[in-house]
Write a protein that binds this ligand. Sequence first.
Ligand SMILES: Nc1ncnc2c1ncn2[C@@H]1O[C@H](COP(=O)(O)OP(=O)(O)OP(=O)(O)O)[C@@H](O)[C@H]1O
Ligand SMILES: [Mg+2]
Length: 350
Amino acid sequence: MAPVTISNVRKRYGSAEVIHGVSVDVQDGEFVILVGPSGCGKSTLLRMIAGLENISGGELRIGPRVVNDVPPKERDIAMVFQNYALYPHMTVADNMGFSLKLKGASKSEIKERVDRAADILGLTKLLDRYPRQLSGGQRQRVAMGRAIVRDPQVFLFDEPLSNLDAKLRVAMRTEIKALHQRLKTTTIYVTHDQIEAMTMADKIVVMHDGIVEQIGAPLELYDRPANLFVAGFIGSPAMNFLKGHLQGGRFVAQDGTALPVTVPPAASDGQPVVYGIRPEHISLGTGHAAHVSVIEPTGSETQAFIRLGDNPLVGVFRERIALQPGARLDVRLDPERVHLFDKASGQRLA
Ligand SMILES: Nc1ncnc2c1ncn2[C@@H]1O[C@H](COP(=O)(O)OP(=O)(O)OP(=O)(O)O)[C@@H](O)[C@H]1O
Ligand SMILES: [Mg+2]
């Protein structure tokens, strides 16, 4: 295990810079997730940590050692990719032990380490099978097994679950989290799935267009997003946003709808702001008369697309709601749960 220190790292392809000075401190044993929309630079950053891409600027350390110019083999990391091509002509055991064999490890050592990894991953009974005789989830576990047998300082994962169906993905993410709790190996994990990030990470790094928007524990990002990008990215369904301004201690939307808020000390009267409220913080009850657009029952809860004046909102309710489009629905928007952002900068108003 080792900490990973990413200091002001940049990446240029020709004249185009795609990573604009990213800094992240990954503690020893921590599970850090890089999340962000497609093309924001997650894989590029991970590949630079692995040594598969060179670094155009900044410094990268694994433990105390600067690894900017250290070749991948000497970084003591193991990487699991989205396309975890297993060798089709090798058994599970041979696939898992292959890197040790290349290193010249003894047969008994290979067997011992493969057996231990298989035990951790529940693959013991499958060791003699070939990849084509495995399910997608089992193949994914073999790919992880290949990484585990190497007992590296750092695990790097690049969207390892994106080829699996939804149910298997949920099961595997619990397995990976349990695995980390057991091995406590420093892990950097890339995904564009914010639910995966929320459920697995000790710390999330939200990236966007080659920069870091915010770093924090999952619930910190959920409770106090630093800006509009993070507020809109973390949480599903996404946070509702209304544009307007502050006036006399209230928020006034563009259509004149006035909503109670706790005005932050830093805010000024008349300031243009964006009002944010999460769907789960809208509840049934007296407060505001909204009107139903679409009701979507999911069984455990009800998603309601409603209009408050001219403002479309999504609410998620525990209750079942049997209302036709156009019907009136009285809702309460919890003022304690409102997020306010400066409209010009997009930054949270503290
Ligand atoms: N070899 C390359 N040459 C030029 N541009 C590249 C190269 N590889 C990546 N890029 C660009 O760098 C940016 C970041 O790409 P990257 O693959 O890191 O994104 P990502 O966040 O992993 O996205 P995704 O979620 O789609 O995997 C993109 O704009 C991409 O087009
Ligand atoms: Mg990628």
